[in-house]
Ligand binder design. Structure first.
Ligand code: FES
Length: 533
């Protein structure tokens, strides 16, 4: 990794640049972006930067065509063509307006195969993973099986609460908010698509008219809130077994608002009131039922969804662990973005700690996996007791890096982590019990969701978040939900594909399992998971 220092009127940014990566690719994952309208092919000439320090690849043919001799003399380059050979410094000549929508780095995307050669018109399609905290979008050329570009941005419904219960409650208190919340999510999706079209294709309105399908997966509450139905029935656990209407209300209005007159809007139906179609997408991507009996899938988030394949039945459930794994409700919690502490190690004999951050940026807080790692390491060094209490109360929080106040962990943070991990582990234990299995019967574990991207498996096992299974049998699939949605988008009948998975599943409502509360309490301590009882 080389360091790329980026200067602009908006400030200076220090980024990590992978070998062979273009400056544009590196910037597209940040808030600071270059102007662009050609997807990085070098044909629009908009992505001007000045190379101020460092060695780079020679000027390309596209740069000879788009830059004047004077500009080349001054070190002006096209960001999409510029590939530094080591540490470098650049200045953005005309930065693009800031956007909440960032490209998803290629290494965080699954390779997805499939194409629809029979399509002659409306060949483009959009896959949407509608998360509680973030929305991920991928635009595809379905005819040629080509992913054009992706975006990831915050779900703007977050202003009504970090978790689904707060948002449903907001609608229950004022039913007219159902339209407001639906509008926020709908607008966010089309903004992401327009951002892709403006920057990666160079044409917006004509391309919107060529989109033939928008395939959307998400948890049940998110789909109900997007559809405009509000979903407040989900606030009553007794309704969790009933079908929840997630079909788009006023579909013609969506076509008008999105300016996509030919798009089939496919909101993939949830499996149950508490298990969404995001889990179905995970199951498609991971092919869980093609694996051996004892295959377990976890999609870790504010609402953690779980599936267990016992060889004949696919048991599915979900558990509201709270938003701690998404960095919400943690004093210095944050999403898994540059600057998030994602790994912690003890360092030296003097009781120090080494914190690794995403993109090696300065530490700004903890993402979910960093929180799990910090708790495990502090438990291992005796700073934390298995009860979750600090051996010596740290006052304003325990700083892993004494010089950085944002590396501090408080008693409240540890408590939120314990509750989230206990709920997750207890739900897994209850599913195993229903399938007459124990931890030792597990043959495969898929951990889906951004949380899994940098998770240290042995640390997660030491604090009782993950079950005891050999690390080589654990698959970290951060990209699974979007990948499953993309596969459905490329299938001839994606909704049928999703429904076929759903028809094999048996949904378990944990609120109706009498032993769940006791199991939850048994999993609260920071220790490896106790036996399934
Ligand atoms: S020339 Fe670089 S993005 Fe168009």
């Amino acid at each position: 990794m080389a360091t790329l220092l980026v200067r602009s009127e908006q400030g200076t940014l220090r980024l990590q640049l992978a070998a062979g990566e273009s400056v544009r690719e590196c910037l597209d994952a940040t808030d600071l972006r270059v102007r662009a309208a050609c997807g990085g092919s070098g044909s629009c000439g908009a992505c001007l930067v000045r190379l101020e320090q460092g060695e780079a690849n020679p000027y390309t043919l596209a740069e000879y065509l788009k830059l004047t001799p004077d500009e080349r003399e001054q070190g002006i380059r096209l960001a999409c063509q510029l590939r530094p050979l080591g540490d470098a410094e650049i200045r953005l000549e005309h930065p693009a307006p800031p956007s909440l929508w960032h490209s998803i780095p290629a290494e965080n995307l699954a390779a997805v195969q499939g194409r629809r050669p029979e399509l002659d018109r409306h060949i483009y399609g959009v896959a949407v993973d509608l998360g509680t905290t973030h929305i991920r979008v991928a635009l595809w050329d379905r005819k040629h099986g080509k992913r054009i570009a992706t975006r990831r941005g915050p779900n703007p419904q977050g202003v009504f609460g970090a978790d689904v219960l707060n948002r449903l409650d907001a609608v229950q208190r004022r039913p007219q908010r159902a339209d407001e919340l639906a509008g926020l999510a709908r607008n966010a999706i089309v903004h992401a698509v327009r951002d892709i079209l403006a920057r990666d294709v160079g044409e917006v309105t004509p391309m919107l008219a060529e989109i033939g399908q928008v395939m959307i997966v998400g948890n049940t509450a998110m789909l109900a809130l997007l559809s405009g139905h509000g979903g407040t029935a989900l606030l009553e656990p007794d309704n969790w077994q009933s079908p929840i209407d997630c079909r788009p209300r006023n579909e013609p209005d969506w076509h008008t608002l999105w300016a996509m007159p030919h798009a089939e809007i496919a909101l993939a139906a949830p499996l149950a009131g508490f298990v969404g179609s995001d889990l179905t997408a995970d199951l498609i991507a991971s092919e869980l039922t093609a694996g051996p009996p004892g295959s377990l899938l976890l999609d870790v988030g504010t609402n953690t969804e779980i599936a267990l394949w016992d060889g004949s039945t696919l048991h599915v459930t979900s558990v509201p662990g709270g938003p701690a794994f998404e960095g919400v409700g943690i004093r210095f919690g944050m999403a898994a973005e540059p600057g998030a502490i994602c790994r912690v190690r003890p360092e030296g004999a003097a009781g120090g700690y080494l914190c690794t951050t995403i993109a090696d940026a300065d530490a700004r807080g903890f993402c979910g996996s960093g929180l799990a790692d910090a708790v495990a390491v502090l438990l291992g060094t005796g700073v934390l007791k298995p009860s979750g209490r600090f051996a010596v109360p740290p006052g304003d929080g325990f700083r892993l890096d004494p010089a950085n106040p944002r590396s501090a962990l408080t008693g409240g943070d540890v408590d939120a982590f314990q509750r989230a991990k206990a709920a997750t582990a207890a739900a897994m234990a209850e599913l195993l019990k229903l399938a007459s299995m124990g931890w030792g019967d597990l043959q495969r574990l898929c951990v889906c969701g951004a949380f899994g991207r940098t998770l240290d498996i042995t640390h997660a096992q030491a604090v009782g978040l993950l079950p005891p299974i050999a690390p080589e049998r654990v698959e970290l699939r951060a990209d699974a939900t979007l990948a499953g949605c993309e596969r459905a988008l490329l299938a001839e009948d994606g909704i049928a594909l999703l429904a076929a998975v759903g028809s094999r599943s048996h949904a378990i409502n944990l609120s109706q399992i009498a032993s769940f509360d006791d199991t939850y309490i048994r999993h609260l301590r920071l220790r490896p998971v106790p036996p399934v009882e």
